[in-house]
Design a binder for this molecule. Structure first.
Ligand code: HEC
Length: 177
């Protein structure tokens, strides 16, 4: 994992160098210590704290997905399916899968990462997002259901580790009924 990141970074630097961009930024007197560039939290807008990020970013994305997978038992209508019924619906799931991938990355911004298993759960969030995108492209209901359940497991595991109180505060309807 770490090694591959180092390799990718080396490739990126080589590419930048070949484009003359590295030399260019040195000429203009920009900082040349590339190791510190991306670890500076002042590069990011971290106005939203973790609770706000959860409530305004991650949960709304996840809700769309959970409302797109499974079955609901409705008093009036009986059981009905939540899965997308047309290409547009599947594209919406694909988009929200991509948002989950990136939301995983957002949890890894410098200044957001906590001690402990945080990064593991954040990375798992992105991995599940990829599974959601795959299921959407293949329009595979079973895989989408599984990925939705995995997403719920990742949320729950991280909450259990950091804040067990909030476990009871959200329950996706499609997984509990
Ligand atoms: C990497 C760890 C982590 C992951 C993954 C995670 N959460 Fe959280 N979540 C937290 C922490 C920590 C808090 C408590 C924040 C606080 O109260 O300061 C929280 C709080 C929340 C809250 C309560 C926000 C509030 O208004 O107080 C909701 C809702 C929530 N998370 C939803 C989700 C959902 C949905 C997922 C999965 C799609 C998820 N979280 C994944 C760490 C995580």
């Amino acid at each position: 994992m770490f090694l591959s990141r180092v390799v990718k970074r080396a490739v990126l630097l080589t590419t930048l160098a070949s484009l003359g961009l590295v030399a260019c930024s040195q000429d203009s007197g920009a900082p040349t210590d590339t190791n510190t560039v991306s670890s500076d939290t002042t590069d990011y807008n971290l106005t939203l704290d973790t609770a706000e990020f959860m409530a305004h970013v991650l949960e709304p994305i996840a809700d769309v997905l959970w409302k797109s997978a499974g079955w609901i038992l409705d008093e009036n209508e009986g059981y009905y399916e939540l899965y997308p019924t047309d290409d547009e619906g599947w594209a919406n799931v694909d988009n929200h899968g991509a948002m989950i991938v990136e939301a995983g990355n957002l949890m890894l911004l410098p200044g957001r990462v906590l001690e402990g298993p945080w990064s593991t759960y954040a990375q798992a969030t992105s991995t599940v997002g990829i599974s959601i995108m795959k299921a959407a492209v293949e329009q595979n209901k079973e895989d989408l259901f599984q990925a939705g359940a995995q997403l719920y497991s990742v949320c729950t595991a991280c909450h259990q580790a950091y804040n067990p109180d909030i476990l009871s505060r959200f329950q996706p309807r499609s997984l509990t009924e």
